[in-house]
Design a binder for this molecule. Structure first.
Ligand code: P1T
Length: 379
């Protein structure tokens, strides 16, 4: 089945009990056994739940992986994957990643004896020089949050495999519609389903897709042991969102390209970060490895923090809010919002200046969005 069909028809549909076309939400914590020692496929909803399983199978199919797992939040998915490691291990992580990912590695995992190096993952030589005998995982995000940097996924997977290091990619920004990292040799795909997969700003959720039977067994064990799984109702909402993922992503991209092209020629704008622009340093790699360039656009405003605040106060179609990937457009200031948990020093090193504004381009009419940007950028 092709991607659009998989998004709608993966799993047991219609529901085998009554033929329900919209899958039932199995709101149950536990399942009655058929006999002593014999369940009917499910026993307890932390371990597995039929509604969750449908979502997990769908995400796994879209990513081309072995198995999928649904978590309470994107951070719960990340925390679970990082528990594949043990004290004494070392992680190499991209330097431009979601602020919460930075915080989890820098402020939580270090206390459990896991060391981390944040690195610009653009060059093979740079990555190889950072590998230590105890390096066990490379964590990457492409396009990255918030600067939309592009990482050559095949190159990173190749370096990692040569050194027997696990690779985990946060595919939240691209979504499997635009990028399928397992096709390039990545071991684990992580999502905040809160974003494009769900697409309607009404759920927080996460997902992991594995590429081998061994990783599947270990992630299933950790999910159950740590209790980081998603609730059935949240799974149902994300499933419903995924059905329209392909059409939404096409429109997000079309609108994002229009917004980026408008911002690029605007005199109040310094730099525009959008991998769909030919001038973006990662454009050629993005073209090669992605089917679309996504719906996120960041840019630097001229005139310092006053100009940033004035813009954020003046936009009205773009809501001033964290998060991304929903039908409504959002604007936010990484330095004080999504990346406030990253110390200024780390932000400066990654190039996330105080003048960077991030836009999640929604599904409104592109002309209306551009009119809103235009009026908000007026002095
Ligand atoms: O919020 P949660 O579902 O726990 O997902 C965390 C997360 C993980 N990975 C990426 C790339 C993300 O962007 C996020 C959440 N990001 C925001 C809330 C934000 O505004 O960037």
């Amino acid at each position: 089945m092709k991607f659009e069909t998989q998004a709608i028809h993966t799993g047991q549909r219609p529901d085998p009990a009554f033929g329900a076309v919209s899958p039932p939400v199995y709101l149950t914590s536990t399942f009655a056994f058929a006999d002593v020692g014999k369940n009917r496929g499910y026993d307890y909803s932390r371990t597995a739940n039929p509604t969750r399983k449908l979502l997990e199978d769908t995400i796994a199919a879209l990513e081309g992986g072995k198995a999928g797992f649904a978590f309470a939040t994107g951070m719960a998915a990340e925390t679970t994957v990082l528990h594949l490691l043990k004290a004494g291990d070392h992680v190499i992580c991209g330097d431009d990643v979601y602020g919460g990912t930075f915080r989890l590695l820098d402020k939580v995992m270090r206390d459990f004896g896991i060391d981390v190096t944040f690195l610009h993952l653009d060059k093979r030589r740079r990555i190889e020089a950072a590998i230590r005998p105890n390096t066990r995982m490379i964590w990457l995000e492409t396009p990255s949050n918030p600067l939309l940097n592009i990482i050559d996924v095949e190159m990173v997977a190749d370096v990692a495999h040569k050194h027997r290091i696990l690779t985990a990619i946060d595919n939240t920004f691209a979504s499997p519609y635009s990028l399928r990292p397992i096709d390039y040799g990545i071991d684990l795909v992580v999502h905040s389903t809160t974003k494009y997969l769900n697409g309607h700003c009404d759920v927080v959720g996460g997902a992991v897709v594995t590429s081998t039977d061994e990783l599947t067994e270990r992630v299933q064990f950790l999910l159950n042991a740590m209790g980081t799984c998603a609730s059935p109702f949240d799974c149902w909402l994300v499933l419903r969102g995924i059905e329209t993922l392909p059409v939404r992503m096409k429109k997000h991209e079309e609108n994002a390209f229009a917004a980026a092209s408008f911002l690029r020629q605007h005199p109040a704008v310094n730099r525009v970060f959008y991998p769909g622009l030919k001038t973006h340093p990662g454009h050629r790699i993005a073209r090669r490895q992605m089917k679309g360039f996504g719906g996120m656009v960041s840019f630097e405003i001229k005139g310092g923090i006053e100009a940033v605040n004035s813009f954020l106060r003046k936009v009205h179609l773009f809501y001033l809010a964290e998060s991304l990937g929903g039908v409504a457009s959002l604007a936010e200031h990484p330095a004080t919002m999504s990346h406030a948990s990253m110390p200024k020093e780390a932000r400066d090193k990654a190039g996330i200046t105080d003048e960077v504004v991030r836009l999640s381009i929604g599904l409104e009419n592109a002309d209306d969005l551009i009119d809103d940007l235009r009026q908000a950028l007026e002095p």
